[in-house]
Design a protein around this ligand. Structure first.
Ligand code: SF4
Ligand code: SF4
Length: 711
């Protein structure tokens, strides 16, 4: 008796000490990050909802049905099996121990055995998945490529050890005195094992029960230590990371760190993140929480088309650098707290990373420039991440540092920035051309000169592409005609409209973005604008989600939403002018970033002659066109082109129309259709063009019949 108590408690105390030391070290390391006060003062309701749906309900994981179910049962299995851990420790002291009140309930015995078996089944599923997706076999196509696979196998082995010893000690208890096994065959798995062991006799079974209960306690304790030093930290960190992530979603608006207040700049101000210590504690918590599952990597348009960017590897590389920099970060934290050089501490030397006191510039030492500039900010990674890591904000912080502190960015993007700054649009065509698109209309579009007239409902935000690009103009013209036909009153700003600043912000030039935004807000407020309809999802997102932080508050709708409303209200009635099959491409900034998934599909469904077919990657999993994140203005010389990948998928559906609701998507997809030589078979049409065609306005093959290049 005494021996097993000593062994059990000594191993437990040693492991608790090691794990506790590691967790304390981690908590100090994470807290050495920059402040993020908005993460602490939050509304309770969305946080509770996130904990219930994301952590307890495993919502995101269950979207990946088989591995999701396996993870669901493992997570809940270990939660339920906490009862068995209490029983195991009780058994060390008193073999007849049961949890008071519920410990002898057959129902508890059944539930415990059910989850123990469920975890074993889950382990088989995980094993098969890991073998089938082994990086050695599938290389970049494996979502585990770049993950620490050895640690994953050790974890599976330890989980197996916990469950196996649990079932064995319970099975041995069946035929042992003075122990009592109160569950009978309700604990079906333990009982079956007990039946198999019964021939050994009560004495041997008693020794086996003692042996396996000690082993169970030791493996659980060892597992705790292993978890604290491995990717399985997420078991403990995920609820915190989910709880502190931006709500309702970490998409839509970019995060605005306190240092990005351009009104209050000092010589110590650092824009973005150039060293690991420039990240906030929440971003450091992100780095520590990553499970290395690779879901983000497997949906990233950059990674899947052969670029060096993997959102998972970005997080893992930053995590490695954070751990390697821990001594410096902790010393800085101690110094800031008034105890110069005190309390830096270590993690026990078990990270495998050398302590570093020299700051290492993140780009290019930790993150290569090609990695940083490959991101389209599509948000697929954030959408998929089961622990709510916010990759886009982290990538943008590093871009901001490069642009604002180092003046380092792809040269071709420099022209775009200069054009926005000097001419108010990325192509540098100037404000005077912004009303040219209206000349093709057979009605007048009022241009707001003073304040918007009372009888005008919407300010139509045309956007730079819509006003200046030949192909995008056709989309804008079709939308204007439909609004006019439906009796919706609208006006435009014409030459007073200027770039929203979205491409500048997404490339990292927060200064230029804020200059553009403030100027536009002054124009909009000066004109007394209340309601805006936008055709470009990037403008829509910026006006709706990002201008409020700078004082611009408007009711903003996208034209897909407005068309949906008009069709439902009977103010627009699609006709039979279009007969064919449509596949709809979700623009990232309309779909994932703003959850407008149903409205465009409802409009397509309302067209009598249209049958729709979905691409495999649609809605939340929609695949980027390649233009976002200011990628529209950067060369794409590595791997295959993102727009070619997406267009091949669209063409593969057999649809004769690829419909979308974004000028950038339209340009990118149309380019790719032409490059594939399929322009006579497949047309790329905006939703408004499709509706118009159904009402009798045939749009020729190829969105731009003249094949006009971008001016
Ligand atoms: S935002 Fe899109 S392109 Fe950027 S890392 Fe995430 S998935 Fe990849
Ligand atoms: S960042 Fe999220 S999705 Fe990507 S590997 Fe880590 S846990 Fe998985």
């Amino acid at each position: 008796m005494l021996v097993r108590i000593v062994i059990g408690l000594a191993v437990t105390a040693a492991c608790l000490g090691l794990a506790g030391r590691r967790f304390w070290w981690l908590s100090r390391l994470v807290r050495s990050g920059q402040p993020a006060p908005e993460r602490l003062h939050r509304r309770v309701e969305p946080t509770v909802q996130a904990e219930v749906t994301e952590v307890a309900g495993q919502r995101k994981l269950l979207e990946w049905t088989v591995p999701g179910l396996a993870h669901f049962f493992t997570m809940w299995g270990f939660t339920i099996l906490l009862f068995t851990i209490i029983e195991a420790y009780g058994d060390l002291f008193q073999p007849t121990f049961h949890i008071p009140g519920i410990g002898t309930s057959p129902v508890l015995g059944f539930i415990e055995d059910f989850f123990a078996v469920a975890v074993l089944v889950a382990l088989v599923v995980f094993t098969v998945i890991r073998i089938k997706n082994a990086p050695a076999r599938r290389e970049r196509a494996s979502r585990f490529y770049g993950s620490h696979t050895t640690a994953a196998w050790i974890t599976l082995l330890l989980i197996f050890g916990v469950i196996a010893t649990l079932l064995l000690y319970r099975g041995a208890q069946v035929d042992t005195t003075p122990r009592q096994f109160p569950y009978d065959n309700w604990a079906f798995a333990s009982h079956a094992i007990g039946a198999g062991l019964s021939g050994l006799g009560a004495g041997v079974n008693g020794a086996l029960a003692t042996t396996f209960v000690i082993l169970n306690v030791c493996i659980i304790s060892g597992f705790l230590v292993f978890v604290s030093y491995s990717k399985h930290l997420h078991i403990f960190l995920a609820p915190f990371n989910v709880g502190f992530s931006r709500r309702p979603r970490a998409l839509g608006a970019l995060d605005k760190t306190p240092d990005m207040d351009m009104e209050n700049v000092s010589e110590d101000t650092v824009f973005g993140a150039g060293l690991i210590e420039h990240f906030t504690w929440k971003q450091m918590l992100d780095f520590a929480t990553c499970t290395e599952c690779g879901r983000c990597q497997s949906v990233c348009p950059a990674w899947t088309t052969g670029k060096p960017l993997s959102p998972k590897l970005v997080i893992l590389d930053l995590r490695d650098n954070m751990f390697a920099s821990a001594s410096r970060l902790l010393a800085q934290r101690a110094a800031a707290a008034g105890g110069e050089g005190q309390g830096a501490g270590t993690d026990g030397g078990a990270t495998g990373a050398a302590a570093s006191f020299e700051p290492v510039p993140l780009v290019p030492n930790v993150i290569e420039p090609d990695v940083l500039w490959s991101c389209t900010t599509c948000g697929s990674c954030v959408e998929q991440c089961p622990v709510d890591i916010e990759h886009v904000d982290t990538i943008l912080d590093m871009r901001r540092y490069q642009v604002l502190m180092e003046s380092s960015f792809p040269s071709e993007a420099g022209l775009m920035l200069r054009n926005v700054e000097n001419q108010g649009d990325p192509w540098g065509l100037g404000q005077s051309k912004r009303t040219e698109w209206t000349q093709a209309l057979d009605f007048e579009v009022p241009v707001v000169t003073g304040t918007i007239p009372d009888d005008v409902e919407y300010l139509y935000w045309v956007g730079c592409a819509g006003a200046l690009d030949e192909r995008a103009r056709k989309q804008v013209q079709a939308t204007a005609r439909l609004l006019h036909r439906a009796g919706v009153s609208f006006a435009i700003l014409g030459p007073k409209e200027s770039c929203t600043g979205d491409p500048a912000r997404r490339i990292g030039n927060e200064y230029l973005y804020q200059e553009q935004a403030k100027a536009n807000i002054a124009t909009l407020d000066g004109a007394g604008v209340k309601k805006i309809v936008a055709t470009c999802p990037h403008c829509f997102n910026t006006l709706k989600n990002e201008y409020p932080a700078l004082g611009g508050n408007y009711e903003v709708v996208h034209h897909a939403e407005l068309l949906d409303h008009l069709v439902r209200a009977g103010r627009l009635t699609p006709g039979t002018g279009y007969q064919g099959t449509v596949t709809y491409h979700d623009p990232c900034y309309l779909g994932r970033h703003n959850r407008v998934f149903d409205e465009p599909r409802t409009v397509i469904d309302a067209i009598p002659g249209a049958s729709s077919v979905e691409m495999r990657r649609c809605r939340e999993r929609g695949f980027c066109c390649g233009a976002g994140g200011a990628r529209m203005w950067m060369e794409e010389s590595i791997g295959t082109r993102v727009n070619a990948d997406r267009t091949a998928e669209a063409i593969g559906t057999g649809a004769d129309v690829v419909s979308t609701a974004c000028p950038y998507c339209m340009i990118m997809l149309d380019d790719a259709v032409r490059a594939s030589g399929k322009e006579d078979d497949v047309r790329v049409l905006d939703l408004s063009q499709l509706v118009e065609e159904s009402m009798g306005e045939r749009v020729p093959a190829g969105a731009d019949p003249d094949g006009q290049p971008m001016p």
